[in-house]
Design a protein around this ligand. Structure first.
Ligand SMILES: Cc1ncc(C[n+]2csc(CCOP(=O)(O)OP(=O)(O)O)c2C)c(N)n1
Length: 595
């Protein structure tokens, strides 16, 4: 009424408020301006009536919007983008079904400590309590954002327009600080359309120094490593996300300490490093499990010492603590002492901590390690000999090891290998050489089937000049092939290599091992194997689709796909052979056969 619009700027002057003359603007436009200032280049998401005002603002901004056909795809793509840039991935979802569809992807990011900001539309705030259209409700009013509570670092609902700037600033601050992770900003749709003073978004997230390690703790850890007879450094994903790989190598070399790693820690040391043991756990390597189990001292860095890589914490397989001693450096105090008795914990950034330790260790005397390098080399060679024949096998359907060999030969060392769950994740973790840190991207904590086909989109978006290949099972690809449409629309020439065994093969293998059948895990129609023509589906999306008909075709197909500017699906028939399991998983003690 008493307001005037300046037609040149689109700004509104409030003439009847308490502060006459204040220029205002619709919150959604101010929000996209602020996101630009924060350096947000891309938002992944899917529309709904609650976020249209924000989409209009995005259309008028410099930020790219990647529209997916399923919110889980958007969440994994935002996650992949974050992993390949180190910046928070930003996800936009509608309320209700949009928010719940995205939940799996957001939880997956949370369990792998990936920074993410989720902006979700919500019902109009004036309808709280009336259970309006598409709200998740029934037993609680105006409360849909609570479904993200168990896995987000913070869940914010914006209750007043004036709170929006502060909450968005807090969200980006928290997503990155300490242990990174997702933060939810839940925005009732009327708040996107509310007026805010044009200068409402002032505050930027503060630059934050990462926590370092104090000198006394450095001496204590370096002394323990130097004095130990059989020490091991155990590196998790925190080493990679902190960018601490050269510090890790410097420390290991100074005191001649072997390095084992988790799934997320793969790539922490160059594949050919003589002190590299490999991955631990159920799908780990015998030498890594053995040296960890018999270590008298372990320095764990940036890891949860989680079940899968610790052989269900069973002392017979991966870690025997005690009698082994454990010191643990992690950014998150909650992780220290959770699963093993811990002699000493340090809450610190992995790069700062390893850098200080490496500096203190340089030139320091340590116990002689005897033939440790030879033992590592022999252990690695002996295990690899189990599948060296398979790497060149011409068998059709292909051996999985042949697929890995062709992939390694075709993808440049700085290209990204994005996996899903299944043979792809376990086999790559165990057998695939990674030489450039950060080029192996995998879902670890939540181990979500469906991650790989979608995360590769965000990876390619982040690093368009580098190769990005998703190595995935047919179960995973079949769960959401709409990723191909998104790659086409967004012009992302990614490559999906579908390891096709017409089954949820990993679970089929576990069931067969214990129960002698694979009921419920095979793809069948009328009792016959049912195979989907994914290459044809890809062509249906307008992308390239290649069906491999012999082992010799895979290498050339990969090269062609990597050179193409169209997305490509390569469907590779594969024997359903289980990944070797040198470690243990307690589920195998639980299954019982009855009638
Ligand atoms: C969303 C989700 N559902 C179920 C599982 C359990 N799961 C783990 S591996 C696997 C099989 C994956 O099949 P596929 O993608 O074909 O790969 P393969 O095991 O055959 O190599 C399943 C269903 C999971 N990890 N995630």
């Amino acid at each position: 009424m008493g307001n005037g619009i300046d037609t040149a700027t689109g700004l509104e002057t409030v003439r009847n408020g308490s502060d006459p003359g204040t220029k205002t603007r619709i919150a959604a436009y101010l929000l996209t301006d602020y996101l630009e200032k924060l350096g947000v280049e891309v938002i992944f998401g899917l529309c709904g009536h609650t976020v249209i005002a924000f989409l209009d603002a995005l259309a008028k901004s410099r930020i790219r919007f990647i529209s997916t056909r399923h919110e889980q795809v958007a969440a994994h793509a935002a996650d992949g983008y974050a992993r390949a840039t180190g910046k928070a991935g930003v996800l936009l979802t509608h309320l209700g079904p949009g928010l719940t569809n995205a939940a799996t992807g957001v939880a997956n990011a949370a369990l792998d400590s990936i920074p993410m900001v989720v902006i979700a539309g919500d019902v109009p705030s004036h309808y709280f309590g009336r259970h309006p259209h598409q709200e998740i409700n029934l037993h609680m009013d105006g409360d849909q954002f609570e479904v993200y509570r168990p896995f987000c670092k913070r869940i914010y609902r914006v209750d007043r327009p004036a709170d929006l700037p502060r909450i968005v600033e807090r969200a980006f601050h928290l997503a990155h600080s300490g242990r990174p992770g997702p933060v939810l900003v839940d925005v009732p749709m009327d708040i996107f359309s509310a007026d805010l003073p044009v200068d409402a978004f002032q505050k930027m997230p503060a630059p934050v120094a990462r926590p370092a390690i104090e000198p006394a703790a450095v001496s204590r850890i370096v002394e323990a490593l130097a004095e130990a007879r059989h020490p091991v450094i155990y590196a998790g994903g925190g080493v990679l996300s902190a960018g601490a790989t050269s510090e890790l190598a410097a420390l290991a070399e100074a005191l001649e300490v072997p390095v084992a790693h988790t799934l997320m820690g793969k790539g922490c040391m160059h594949e050919d490093h003589p002190l590299l043991l490999g991955m631990t756990g159920f799908w780990g390597t015998p030498i890594a499990n053995e040296m960890c189990r018999t270590a008298d001292f372990i320095l764990a860095v940036g890891t949860r010492l989680a079940e899968a890589s610790s052989s269900s914490w069973d002392p017979r397989f991966t870690f025997a603590i005690p009698p082994g001693r454990l010191m643990h450096i992690d950014i998150d105090p909650a992780e220290i002492g959770r699963n093993f008795p811990t002699e000493f914990g340090v809450v610190a950034d992995a790069r700062l901590a390893l850098g200080s330790l490496a500096q203190a260790a340089a030139g320091k005397k340590h116990r002689l390690r005897g033939d440790v390098r030879q033992r590592i080399s022999l252990g690695r060679r002996e295990f690899a000999a189990n599948w060296s024949n398979q790497r060149s096998s011409d068998q059709f359907p292909l051996r999985p090891e042949r697929i890995l060999a062709e992939l390694r030969a075709a993808v440049p060392e700085d290209g990204y290998i994005v996996t899903d769950v299944g043979w792809n994740k376990n086999g790559v973790g165990q057998q695939f050489p990674i030489t450039v840190p950060g080029t192996f991207i995998t879902p670890s904590g939540l181990a979500t089937m469906g991650f790989g086909p979608a995360a590769v989109l965000g990876v390619k978006m982040a690093q368009p000049e580098r190769a990005a290949v998703a190595l995935i099972g047919d179960g995973a690809f079949g769960s959401n092939p709409s990723v191909v449409a998104t790659a086409m629309e967004a012009n992302l020439p990614v490559v999906w290599v579908v390891m096709d065994n017409s089954a949820f093969g990993t679970i089929a293998g576990l069931e067969r091992m214990h129960y002698g059948s694979s009921f419920g895990c095979l793809f069948e129609r009328n009792g016959e194997t049912y195979t989907v023509d994914f290459a044809a589906i890809a062509r249906g999306f307008g992308a390239r689709g290649i069906a491999i008909k012999s082992a010799a075709e895979l290498g050339p197909a990969l090269k062609e796909a990597l050179a193409s500017d169209l997305p490509t699906v390569i469907q590779v028939p594969m024997e359903n052979a289980p990944t070797p399991t040198p470690g243990h998983w307690n589920i195998n003690d639980i299954y019982r056969v009855g009638s």
